[in-house]
Ligand binder design. Structure first.
Ligand code: MSP
Length: 512
């Protein structure tokens, strides 16, 4: 039986349309999900939409639509974005679904039974944009007299209302002990340090219900309250596993292997979520990985600048795989980055069209013209052949290791080292010269190249599924021989190859 592997994206707020930032988180999660499937794991990959709370309610009001219709519409748009980005999620959860209401009410009851929830009154700062409570020292006064959260810049308002509280303060020691015992629980390490010092600084009890609006899941037994949207939202990860049904088939996936999140929501995932689970006596996720933020042409994406980038027009113009590749190649995962059209074009032209596209194209069309259009028969190997094959053979292990650390960019660098080596090898071995002098040697060189390209094609499938399928088709690699394990088996000598075609055309900017 294959090993379960559970990966999630955050569920996206439906107060606005999907943009580059959402596409980024989903693409990264998708690459890992696809890689693990390819490597024989039983993967459950979850994404979805976060549909309750004050922010969504007021966006619906501003649009003049009732919240349910509004969220139906925006959630559908997020599902469309996922489809256009070729995201291979196994489920798409919406927090307005009945299964989720049931699951949230069940965990609430469990927290009450555990003595972790009590009724009080909240008086303090709240930022609707972040759906977060802030201490006074986490806010600052602006020259115009308004107050904002320092971390996010979101406007805060003073809230006074009856509220249920979760005894977060009681979990400080248990959380610190957990971080200590599980040094890889929060990554990258800068984020781990940030969370450690936040928790060491002492934890206040957390307000977990609201009474000043109604767009949320009612608190069991007290309809005047709806659950705090973050408690509701975090529970999605368990709802999708069938919680609270004890016999649910998907419970085998819990605890999650990775919750992928943006850096601004690490506290909710690395502090509140584990504390809720500890209180409920449930196992904790294995890793929370926080990635950075994209700016666009040097500017922060914001409503006031109106510069939110929708990835779909980029997909139309450059192809989905070029966009997916760019997102994971351009920025070391975990750090911040800048999106620019120019850098996308340059990655597409240099790395995809030149490095990879040319390698495949010149090898395959040479074979079609000069080697009978079939997998060439290999003779004795020279040192250079061994070297290239050894680099190819070592690649799987490197990728496994890099992707376990969510170092998507490093994995690509490793693949590109092989591609560059293969390009140098072809130049050096010059099969076009061997054609006249030594066809047996020419065949060996072509065969070594094919093996290297097959390795690239198989291992890059998670990043660029469509283009790599097209490449593997041209190499006669059967659909059931594209798993990572299939790399152990050599290609079938003499098998006929279909006519080759280019996979990554160069992008030529049209004159304005
Ligand atoms: N609904 C919450 C998450 C609840 S999870 C239990 C939420 N939603 S969100 O729509 O605001 O953001 C979701 C994700 O989109 C974040 O993880 C964030 O990283 C990503 N991005 C939003 N803007 C981004 C950029 N500009 N750059 C990169 N990713 C960013 O938070």
């Amino acid at each position: 039986m294959s090993k379960p592997f559970y990966i999630t994206t955050p569920i996206y707020y439906v107060n606005g349309a999907p943009h580059l930032g959402h596409a980024y988180t989903s693409t990264a999660a998708d690459v890992l999900a696809r890689f693990k499937r390819l490597d024989g794991y039983d993967v459950f990959f979850l994404t979805g939409t976060d549909e309750h709370g004050q922010k969504v309610e007021s966006a619906a009001r501003a649009a003049g639509v009732d919240p349910q219709h509004f969220t139906d519409r925006v959630s559908a748009d997020f599902q469309d974005m996922a489809a256009r980005m070729n995201i291979s999620n196994d489920d798409f959860i919406r927090t307005t679904e009945p299964r989720h209401k049931r699951s949230c009410q069940a965990i609430w009851q469990r927290l009450v039974d555990a003595g972790a929830i009590y009724l009080g009154a909240y008086e303090g700062w709240y930022a609707v944009r972040d759906e977060a409570f802030y201490d006074a020292d986490e806010t600052s006064l602006k020259p115009d007299g308004s107050r904002v959260a320092i971390a996010s810049g979101a406007a805060v308002e003073w809230v006074v209302e009856p509220s249920y509280f979760f005894k977060l303060s009681a979990f400080q020691d248990q959380l610190l002990a957990y971080y200590e015992a599980n040094p890889n629980f929060i990554a990258p390490s800068a984020k781990r340090n940030e969370i450690l010092s936040f928790v060491k600084g002492g934890l206040n009890d957390l307000s977990v219900s609201r009474t000043s609006f109604s767009w949320g899941i009612p608190v069991p037994g007290d309809d005047a309250h709806v659950m705090y949207v973050w408690l509701d939202a975090l529970m999605n990860y368990l709802t999708a596993c069938g919680y609270p049904d004890e016999g649910a088939a998907r419970l085998k996936y819990w605890p999650a292997d990775v919750h992928l999140v943006g850096k601004e929501i690490i506290r909710f995932h690395a502090v509140y979520w584990p504390a809720f689970l500890m209180a409920a006596g449930l196992p904790l996720p294995k890793k929370i990985f926080s990635h950075g933020w994209w700016t666009v042409e040097g500017e922060k994406m914001s409503k006031s600048l109106g510069n939110f980038i929708d990835v779909r027009p980029l997909v139309d113009e450059f192809g989905v795989d070029a966009v997916r590749f760019f997102l994971l190649r351009e920025v070391p995962f975990g750090g911040d980055g800048d999106f620019s059209r120019q850098s996308l074009i340059s990655r597409l032209n240099v790395e995809l069209a030149n490095d990879l596209g040319n390698l495949a194209q010149r090898t395959l069309s040479f074979i079609a013209k000069n080697a009978g259009g079939m997998v060439p028969v290999r003779g004795d190997l020279h040192e250079a052949d061994h070297a290239l094959l050894a680099t190819a053979a070592a690649l799987t292990g490197k990728l496994r290791e890099a992707l376990d650390r969510l170092a998507f960019h490093e994995a690509l660098e490793d693949v590109w080292k092989l591609i560059r080596n293969a390009n140098a090898y072809i130049d050096h071995q010059a099969p076009w010269a061997l054609k006249k002098t030594d066809t047996a040697r020419m065949n060996t060189v072509l065969r070594v190249l094919l093996e290297a390209i097959r390795t690239v094609g198989i291992l890059l499938q998670p990043y660029m599924p469509g283009s790599m399928a097209a490449l593997l088709d041209q190499m006669g690699v059967a659909a059931d021989a594209r798993q990572i394990a299939a790399l152990e088996t050599p290609m079938v000598e003499g098998a006929a190859l279909p006519a080759p075609f280019g996979i990554f055309p160069r992008y030529i900017e049209k004159a304005a």
